[in-house]
Design a protein around this ligand. Structure first.
Ligand code: GCB
Length: 570
């Protein structure tokens, strides 16, 4: 939900910064103001802004002094973080303002500001790895996930002012034939009325109705449905009035579309779709986990040029801007919470895993994060499916049960989208029965059968047949496959780590599997190289990108373009 109406103070810029190695900041009153000469930029992770902070994964403090010259008509204020963490704690003028856990979802704290004075905004970020964090890690280089554990205020942060009477949330449901249902969550202890406006791309107001009801339902005539070919967006504006006076105005960019899974296919607006795309990451030199708009534009044009129409937000919910662009440019998104367990056995034992997944408190923490994610992104036409997690050890009974409950939770929060999870347990997976779509990650030809792509592909083909036999009604997406290639390293014949090996692996997987009718998508791992923890199988970056970290094409980019455009269904 956004607003052009609410006054806002953007807090982007330079902040004071101080590392708190011993976690003594709170007892020494740092929340009243920091003594430090260090400067940091927000938004962006702290690590690459100064090589001294690069390997730091712990507690750090931020401070911004803000002169507020206008009380904005006595409005309430809150501070919005679009993503910071892992744990964020806020103080304003020495007063505690709230705590939030989790790096990749938006949250806000109500605040009180002094007018005509400087206000001290102090933020404590704790990015200490822990097995019970989402996702789990033991330390910087010993994590269950294969991406760098960046810390800081990664995404935009701002102060927003609202009237006592305001819209708290909007939920939009649409159908491609023009059905529109809007549910409003409001905060107001006076009588109010709402006005719903729908504006098309050309700026024509095609609907303008008043209602005192918080649920608004309507069939809109002659809508243009949203699809990758024509990602037509409408602007839905909701205004709130008290005694004829405007108190709030918020909007969403919406699309009319519906998603359905049946007879082994995924349907968008009644037509079967085939997903061609990537697992991605939010990762860029110096910025860390902040994705700058210009980089996103380059990425999306590159994806479009190559013939891709889809990606998964591996392995955490992406930023508002990232997904705004997916809505605008017509990409089909699988939205994933920050639950990634690929290397969980490096972090904990089998018993500890079973215990964690059986722990009620752990489920509640996961639930809260999922709720935040869905609340933030539920109105996006681009989000066609949820992936409830990545690579859980789902050959363990307790983990499979956890997934069953998670799927139930997703369905109870949003029954309009199908659910999947990205499995790397293949035929041994105990949770495939719980999902609408089966998603499988395969690295035969890289982590196993290394150096021998043909043998790797054979294993995949056999395992796929076995899974399909067991679940003939479920569509299957290959959500990960790929090989590392060091940019500029060539080899004839194709050998591991060369650009040729990577291209061959992608080509052979797609050529061998594309005829299988039950496969409804390929996501290559990964769109671009990205930074990882240090370990013996990584050269600073994971090199499975078909583009380098600064978005230059490897040999595979051309090969993938040919495959996506000419060898696969659209
Ligand atoms: C996986 C993970 C992904 C890794 C990838 C790899 O299975 O889901 O996060 O980066 O493999 O390259 O090892």
């Amino acid at each position: 939900m956004r607003s052009f109406y609410r006054p806002k103070i953007d807090l982007q810029g330079f902040w004071k910064f101080k590392i708190d190695n011993e976690n003594t900041g709170e007892e020494n009153g740092w929340y009243k103001g920091l003594e430090s000469e260090d400067i940091i930029y927000v938004p962006a992770s702290w690590n690459e802004q100064n090589p001294k902070w690069d390997q730091f994964s712990g507690i750090a403090w931020y401070q911004k002094d803000l002169f507020v010259s206008n009380d904005n008509g006595n409005r309430k204020a809150w501070m919005v973080f679009e993503g910071a963490g892992y744990i964020t704690k806020l103080w304003i003028n020495g007063e505690y303002g709230g705590t939030h856990e989790g790096s990749f979802t938006q949250f806000k704290f109500p605040i009180k500001l002094k007018v005509n004075e400087f206000n001290k905004i102090v933020v404590k970020i704790d990015n200490t790895p822990s097995p019970y964090n989402l996702p789990p890690a033991r330390d910087l280089n010993n994590a269950a996930f294969d991406f760098f554990n960046y810390g800081g205020i990664h995404r935009p942060v701002y102060i927003e002012f609202v009237d006592e009477c305001h819209v708290e949330d909007i939920t939009v449901y649409t159908k491609s034939y023009g059905h529109l249902k809007v549910e409003i969550l409001s905060e107001c202890n006076q009588r109010f009325s709402l006005r719903f406006k729908l504006v098309d791309k050309e700026g024509r107001v095609i609907l303008n109705e008043e209602s005192s009801n918080e649920v608004f339902e309507k069939d809109v005539n002659n809508v243009i449905p949203w699809s990758p070919d024509n990602p037509y967006l409408y602007t839905l504006i909701v205004e709130m009035y008290v005694g004829g006076n405007l108190k709030d105005s918020v909007y969403e960019r919406i699309g009319f579309r519906d998603v359905e899974v049946k007879d082994g296919k995924i349907y968008l607006n009644g037509k079967p779709i085939f997903l061609k795309g990537f697992g991605r990451h939010e990762d860029f030199p110096i910025l860390g986990k902040f994705t700058y708009g210009a980089v996103l534009v380059r990425d999306f044009y590159l994806m479009r040029k190559i013939g891709a129409n889809s990606f998964r937000t591996s392995h955490y919910p992406y930023s508002n801007e990232h997904l705004d662009l997916a809505d605008e440019m017509g990409f089909l998104v699988i939205l994933e919470p920050p639950l990634c367990y690929s290397n969980i056995s490096r972090v904990m034992s089998q018993e500890e895993i079973a215990k964690m997944f059986g722990d009620v408190k752990y489920f509640e923490k996961v639930r809260d994060t999922i709720k935040e994610m869905i609340r933030q992104h539920k109105n996006r036409p681009s989000v066609i499916m949820y992936s409830v997690m990545n690579e859980p050890p789902s050959d363990i009974r307790e983990v499979a049960e956890f997934i069953r409950r998670e799927v139930e939770l997703f369905k109870s929060l949003d029954s309009s989208r199908p659910v999947t999870f990205a499995s790397h347990r293949s035929v041994r997976d105990l949770a495939l029965e719980y999902v609408d779509v089966i998603s499988l990650n395969y690295y035969h030809g890289w982590y196993t059968e290394w150096g021998d792509i043909d043998s790797g592909v054979k294993v995949v083909a056999i395992e796929l047949e076995e899974i399909h036999k067991k679940f003939p009604e479920k569509p299957i997406i290959i959500t990960e496959f790929g090989a590392d290639a060091i940019y500029g390293l060539h080899s004839d014949p194709p050998q591991m780590w060369s650009e040729e090996y990577q291209s061959e692996m992608i080509r052979k997987y797609i050529e061998a599997l594309r005829e299988k009718d039950y496969i409804v998508g390929f996501h290559i791992w990964n769109f671009a190289d990205f930074r990882t923890p240090q370990n013996p199988s990584r050269t600073i970056l994971n090199r499975k990108g078909i583009f380098t970290r600064d978005r230059q094409p490897k040999l595979a980019a051309k090969v993938v373009e040919e495959l996506f455009k000419n060898k696969l269904r659209s």
